[in-house]
Design a protein around this ligand. Structure first.
Ligand SMILES: Cc1cc2nc3c(=O)[nH]c(=O)nc-3n(C[C@H](O)[C@H](O)[C@H](O)COP(=O)(O)OP(=O)(O)OC[C@H]3O[C@@H](n4cnc5c(N)ncnc54)[C@H](O)[C@@H]3O)c2cc1C
Length: 404
């Protein structure tokens, strides 16, 4: 597997930042110029094909999966370098990645828990954006309570045969593969007897039904497995040990990329502030002062968010990760509310389509749900940080939630 030679051990942080910034400025041009600001929650449909091309272009230059160790095809970038990369990527308004579930969740999971054969088979295609992945965790009765998974996978010769339903599966309609939590030990319950399977999506036993969202777009799906098959070797970790692997994946979800997300937040808040200043709403005698205070508070809270994320990045424990999730989800959801107030009456009509602020408002309703809902995060803080009594659940260990 060729290692992209993008990391130089003696390079200073400033020089590294300049190199990324220059590369992005030189390359986010021409056919890629329109991609600035494209994609992301509620907008995954935007310039889909062109974003794939852009990600392949990044890969060819060695800028994909930079945090993976070099022996697995990454660039071996340090945590600091990854932070710089994500900050510069967001600052340049480079498009949100279509391949993030593979690059940020499954890739690190295979590096941590996979076999050499699995790494050789799957990692290059993730890095080079040749295969897209989706995450098959949630089911109709297994969201926050992920241990309630009912999808089964039974051995039939050299294959697993999978039957069951997943839901809210982001990007399943474009994915080539799905990492699926399934019950492989009949009669087992809760987090025992689960396995972490890699399942090809393009086969007769898999049906994907898009779910139309409030925004009018459909980027997550129901996925039905009806006798779908995957090779016996496509289990990550030991059969029956899938809960441990699944929790490992969730830990990667809250990695360094969240700092790039915050640069995106900063851009949104700047645009909203500019809109408020230009539109004159801040001079309204009835509401101006209140809006001004809320905008100021949003700027202060954003700095708190960033400081907290940086402080807890190196050694993420469940409590810190839960607080980070609570802080950013609340902040972003409130930004959606604030945008509607700044827009005033114009926020109530679509003309003819939703504008960017209406989309932001509608999609930010989901922020406090995906990746573990607010209530679940508070339970984690209460039980694991404050040491309060655990809530009564029969043998339960609630998940920290799925991704988006
Ligand atoms: C935009 C988006 C994308 C998603 N993408 C994916 C994906 O790609 N793959 C995937 O597998 N999943 C995905 N999900 C699913 C996500 O992980 C779940 O929505 C989430 O885990 C919550 O589960 P649920 O929807 O079943 O709600 P439930 O678990 O049924 O919760 C309903 C409500 O009850 C509250 N609640 C539940 N349990 C408790 C408790 N013990 N104490 C207090 N309150 C509680 C919750 O906070 C919530 O308010 C996505 C969700 C969204 C919104």
């Amino acid at each position: 597997m060729p290692a992209p030679a993008t990391v130089n051990a003696t390079e200073t942080a400033d020089a590294y930042r300049t190199r990324i910034r220059t590369w992005l400025a030189d390359n986010l041009v021409g056919r890629f110029a329109d991609l600035r600001g494209a994609g992301g929650p509620g907008r995954e449909h935007e310039h889909f094909g062109e974003r794939i091309e852009w990600e392949r272009h990044l890969a060819a230059a060695g800028w994909n999966c930079i945090g993976w160790p070099t022996e697995f095809g990454g660039a071996g970038a340090t945590l600091r370098q990854q932070v710089i990369f994500h900050e510069e990527y967001a600052r340049a308004q480079a498009p949100v990645k279509v391949s993030h579930l593979g690059q940020e969740l499954l890739g690190p999971t295979l590096i941590a828990f996979g076999t050499d054969a699995q790494r050789r088979r799957f990692l290059p295609a993730i890095r080079d954006v040749e295969e897209l992945w989706c995450q098959g965790y949630s089911e109709p009765d297994a969201g926050s309570d992920l241990a309630n998974v009912r999808t089964t996978a039974l051995r039939d010769g050299d294959e697993w045969v999978i039957t069951g339903q997943k839901v809210w599966t982001s990007l399943a309609h474009v994915a080539d593969w799905c990492f699926v939590i399934a019950r492989t030990e009949p009669g087992s319950s809760r987090h025992h007897g689960l396995s972490y399977l890699l399942v090809p999506m393009h086969q007769p036993g898999v049906e994907v039904r898009p779910i139309r969202q409030l925004t009018g777009t459909a980027e997550f799906n129901e996925v039905f497995f009806d006798g779908a098959r995957t090779a016996a070797d496509n289990v990550v970790g030991d059969p029956g040990d899938g809960w441990r692997v699944a929790m490992g994946t969730l830990a990667f979800e809250r990695g360094v990329a969240t700092l790039g997300q915050q640069i995106g937040f900063r851009r949104e808040l700047q645009r909203l502030t500019d809109l408020a200043l230009d539109s004159g709403v801040l001079d309204d005698p009835a509401t101006g002062a209140g809006l001004r205070t809320r905008l100021q508070q949003a700027w202060v809270d954003l700095d708190v968010l960033r400081a907290h994320a940086l402080r807890t990045l190196g050694a993420p424990d469940p409590g810190s990760a839960a607080v980070t999730k609570l802080l950013w989800a609340r902040w972003h959801r409130d930004l959606g509310d604030l945008a509607m107030e700044v827009r005033g009456a114009a926020s109530l009509t679509a003309d003819p389509d939703l504008d960017e602020w209406q989309r932001l408002f509608l999609f930010t309703r989901a922020d406090t749900i995906y990746g573990g809902s607010d209530e679940i995060q508070r339970n984690i803080v209460a039980e694991r940080v404050l040491g309060l009594p655990r809530e009564a659940r029969a043998g339960a260990s609630a998940a920290t939630g799925g991704p988006r």
